[in-house]
Ligand binder design. Structure first.
Ligand code: ATP
Length: 351
């Protein structure tokens, strides 16, 4: 039997609460299906940073690269660490060091009750966003000159490499073909950003030509935002850069019923990849046992798919849908259950 080695970083705030429940479900699946999952919890996060100043040791990053198949991450962020340096080193550090170039964000409404759009339901909101995850405006390249003077200059460089643009566009098309999705929409701002986004335009056209069966269209990102709200049913697969992907996927989280339902993967196909719920550490509700664990469950499903168990991603998603249908949810979704009880309800519906 092949085994899958999963590193677990529970993180801060509600992170450990939802990840513990996710682990309970993963272990139950493993006990049932014999997937050969192994788990190792890594002592990283705000507590560790406050204890000894460690954020993400180079040896740990090397271990992630060589000894694990996936990382299951909770949330990072703690009011006692206002700089958020640990989150930056752990999450952004992993994205860059492990070259996790695909930020994959499914935007699926799983029950009509949670739609915030008039006359739109589950059949209208079902799209997969491929956000470039290793370059764009988030590399930190730039500088400040004459800081804190009236003449201050601040420069933030946007990086677009041929390799980086091509591989994320290819990933989106490959997904569309493999999953029989009808269209791929590429979004940029080439009318205003004439160098980097012109590269996106050229590469997109070249790659699209290799996928004649897939409808392709382009929208400037401002139009994309408008259309995602007006006609979400237009979208199957969306591919865009790091900054725009960050923004439109949060808009997408609202369309799918809120942060408690939004899952994500930071992926390098075939290599160690990291899966996390989109929500943060939510210090306002931490420790109360009321955090919604469903985003952590859906992220665990994405991880299982990455590990070669797509059937369990589907089953987990169906179990989440059944919980929503039956009103077995936490308070922010209108239910009256705690984190652990939602997991119990999910387990009852999973097998
Ligand atoms: P961070 O700084 O770590 O990003 P945050 O509190 O600023 O944390 P989020 O945690 O992403 O940001 O979410 C904002 C609010 O949404 C939270 O304060 C919380 O009230 C609510 N929320 C987020 N995730 C959940 C969840 N899983 N269950 C219930 N409510 C949630």
């Amino acid at each position: 039997m092949t085994t899958s080695r999963i590193a677990v970083i529970k993180g801060d705030g509600i992170g450990p609460e939802v990840i513990d429940e996710g682990l309970r479900v993963l272990q139950a699946i493993d006990a049932r299906a014999g997937l050969g999952l192994t788990f190792e919890a890594l002592d990283l996060g705000a507590e560790r940073y406050l204890r000894d100043g460690t954020t993400m040791p180079a040896e740990t990053m090397q271990r992630l690269r060589t000894e694990f198949d996936a990382v299951y991450l909770g949330a990072l962020g703690d009011p006692r660490v206002p700089s958020n340096v640990h989150a930056k080193d752990i999450l952004l550090g992993s994205r860059f060091a492990l070259d996790l170039y695909i930020n994959l964000r499914p935007i699926r409404l799983l029950h009509d009750r949670y739609s915030i759009l008039k006359d739109k339901g589950c059949e209208h909101v079902d799209m997969m966003v491929f956000r470039e995850n290793t370059e764009g405006l988030y590399t930190g390249i730039g500088g400040q000159f004459k800081r804190d003077t009236d003449d201050e200059i601040a420069i933030e460089q946007e990086i677009n490499t041929r390799k980086g643009v091509e591989r994320i566009i290819r990933a989106a098309f490959a997904y569309a073909r493999a999953n029989k999705r009808k269209s791929v929409c590429m979004s940029d701002k080439a009318n205003a950003m004439r160098h980097g986004h012109d590269l996106w335009q050229r590469v997109w056209k070249l790659v699209a030509a290799e996928y004649p069966e897939i409808k392709t269209f382009h929208l400037y990102v401002d139009v994309l935002c408008m259309e995602m709200v007006r006609t979400p049913e237009r979208f199957d697969v969306i591919v865009t850069n790091n900054l725009f992907g960050d923004i439109v996927t949060d808009l997408g989280a609202a369309l799918q019923g809120g942060l408690g339902m939004a899952a994500s993967g930071n992926i390098f196909p075939g290599r160690v990849s990291l899966f996390e719920p989109v929500h943060g550490s939510a210090p306002d509700i931490a420790g109360k046992g009321i955090a919604n664990p469903l985003a952590a469950m859906l992220s665990a499903g994405m991880m299982l798919e990455h590990l070669g168990h797509a059937e369990w991603e589907l089953r987990l998603r169906e179990a989440v849908k059944a919980c929503l249908r039956d009103g077995k949810t936490t308070r922010e979704l209108g239910g009256d259950l705690g984190t652990r009880q939602v997991t119990d309800a999910l387990l009852e519906r999973l097998f």
